[in-house]
Design a protein around this ligand. Structure first.
Ligand SMILES: *[C@@H]1O[C@H](CO)[C@@H](O)[C@H](O)[C@H]1NC(C)=O
Ligand SMILES: *[C@@H]1O[C@H](CO)[C@@H](O)[C@H](O)[C@H]1NC(C)=O
Ligand SMILES: *[C@@H]1O[C@H](CO)[C@@H](O)[C@H](O)[C@H]1NC(C)=O
Length: 193
């Protein structure tokens, strides 16, 4: 229960929403990008959509993620958003690194993101890049195994705050093709930012 709370809490802090989807069994196998290029992945991304929100009003708007390469090969992660309730801006800074074990010592798109949390200390989450062209979209998936269930979370990032219909269509197709389970996506409010 403690772990579930931590995950839910992490989601609230990082994504402004309780957006985990719980399913039976272990995490399903999914394909991630090969030869993941952290340099090309760096820079600013806008959250276009994310998993279904269980508590809608907690969702922040104008959500962005800014990635930059650290000299030690890890990635600096800055997630920002504006509270839909108070209108105040907040951000959280973490670190991402390629999960060598999950990638079998190659540079695949399976990352681990660590965020420092008040009281509970550091919290790790998986960050799997299912598909990206580095220049317009990225389809990301996160899954955590518990004993008999798994919790998954998905989101789509775009380089443009308001991506073209063609880009949106592409991410939808990619997500449907690669993801073995259905997760309802909700568009992130990127207006009046
Ligand atoms: C993103 O991070 C880089 C590196 O820290 C910084 O130079 C840049 O200003 C940031 N961009 C935004 C929009 O915050
Ligand atoms: C891991 O990599 C090694 C060496 O490249 C390879 O022989 C092995 O088949 C790989 N294992 C998996 C599960 O892909
Ligand atoms: C990856 O490399 C490390 C160090 O060389 C080794 O200890 C580990 O067993 C390797 N992991 C896999 C999955 O091959």
């Amino acid at each position: 229960m403690k772990t579930l709370f931590v995950i839910a809490f992490t989601s609230v802090v990082i994504n402004g929403a309780l957006a985990q989807s719980f399913n039976l069994g272990p995490c399903p196998k999914v394909n991630t990008v090969e030869n993941f290029d952290i340099e090309r992945y760096s820079g600013l991304w806008y959250e276009y959509e994310r998993s279904f929100l269980m508590i809608f009003e907690l969702g922040g708007k104008c959500v962005t993620a800014n990635y930059s390469a650290n000299s030690d090969g890890t990635v600096n992660v800055v997630n920002s958003q504006i509270s839909s309730i108070t209108g105040s801006e907040s951000s959280i800074t973490g670190t991402a690194r390629v999960d060598d074990e999950a990638c079998n010592n190659t540079t695949c798109g399976k990352l681990i993101v660590t965020f420092p949390m008040p009281v509970i200390g550091e919290v790790d989450g998986t960050y799997w890049v299912l598909e990206t062209d580095y220049t317009s979209y990225s389809v990301v998936w996160s899954c955590t195994d518990y004993k008999v269930i798994h919790a998954s979370y998905a989101w789509v990032l775009t380089r443009d705050r308001n991506p073209s219909e063609a880009v949106v269509q592409q991410t939808t197709n990619l997500y449907a093709n690669n993801n073995p389970e259905f997760i309802l996506m909700t568009k992130t409010n990127q207006e009046n930012c």
